[in-house]
Write a protein that binds this ligand. Structure first.
Ligand code: DGL
Length: 272
């Protein structure tokens, strides 16, 4: 048993889709979340910058004595091979492997689509891992940068014309490719599930990379005997690097509700 918090980070609010699933699966766990809101988005930046930011985010969570780190950001997860995980001292996992494994299990026609940020798609991380499982899988990927600000502002429902417009614009080629499984490779995207499902057809299975990461973490904690043993609800701390009140508003827009959490502004050089 280990009552230390789980550390989770993303560039902004997207990784809260992972926190929501963690809270559902393991309500007694404490969670420290970092949204690097002063520097969002990450998905339009260079590989070197993303790696530099990720190292600072990891160091911040380490100072909170977390028992594991979940990279709830597809963009950082796509460059995780550049980070020396052994030197971190606690287990670290990103969204790519859990999402790829779930998609591989789900596909029947071996045609898989991936939508993510431009940075994630350009690394080819999802394609490589799928190819290593089965070279016969055909993968169609598409960068969907405009979905990030729409999600940040809560414009995700099928009634929202911009959400429909960009979904159709970005997903046309993936739909034409006849995929039966679509990886939502950016953690901002699960909130578009309804509009995406309407456009792709209900038969297409959507794989939420955030939910898969949360499921993977829950299993890992249980199997290693590191799950918390408290009987009460875990404490949720949401840290951001820009205004806490703006972050609180964006959290509400993104999740469509309030959650019981402390929201604080931190500096990545403080304990916070
Ligand atoms: N949530 C981040 C991801 O999963 C994307 C947002 C960004 O571009 O910063 O890739």
């Amino acid at each position: 048993m280990n009552n230390a918090p789980i550390g989770v980070f993303d560039s902004g609010v997207g990784g809260l889709s992972c926190v929501e699933e963690l809270m559902r699966l393991m309500p007694n766990e404490d969670i420290v979340y970092l949204g690097d809101t002063a520097r969002v988005p990450y998905g339009t930046r260079s590989r070197d910058t993303i790696i530099e930011y990720a190292k600072e985010d990891i160091a911040f969570l380490k100072r909170h004595d977390v028992k594991m780190i979940l990279v709830a950001c597809g963009t950082v997860s796509s460059v995780l091979d550049a980070i020396d995980s052994d030197s971190i001292g606690v287990p670290i996992s990103g969204v790519v492997t859990p999402a790829v494994e779930a998609a591989y299990k789900a596909t029947e026609n071996k045609k898989i689509g991936i939508i993510a940020t431009g940075a994630s798609i350009s690394t080819g991380a999802y394609d490589r891992q799928l190819a290593s499982l089965d070279s016969g899988i055909s993968v169609t990927g598409k960068a969907c940068p405009m979905l990030v600000p729409l999600a940040e502002n809560g414009y995700t429902s099928p009634d929202c014309p911009p959400a429909r417009f960009f979904t159709e614009e970005y997903l046309r080629a993936i739909r034409e490719a006849g995929v039966d499984t679509l990886i939502l490779g950016c953690t901002h995207f699960p909130h578009f599930s309804e509009v995406i499902s309407e456009y792709m057809g209900r038969g297409v299975k959507l794989i939420s990379s955030s939910a898969e990461l949360a499921g993977h973490a829950a299993k890992q904690l249980k199997d290693s005997g590191e799950a918390a043993d408290r009987k009460t609800q875990g404490r949720i701390r949401l840290c951001c690097t820009d205004s806490a009140s703006l972050f609180a508003q964006n959290v509400r827009k993104f999740l469509g509700r309030d959650i019981n959490a402390d929201i604080i502004k931190v500096s990545l050089t403080d304990k916070g």
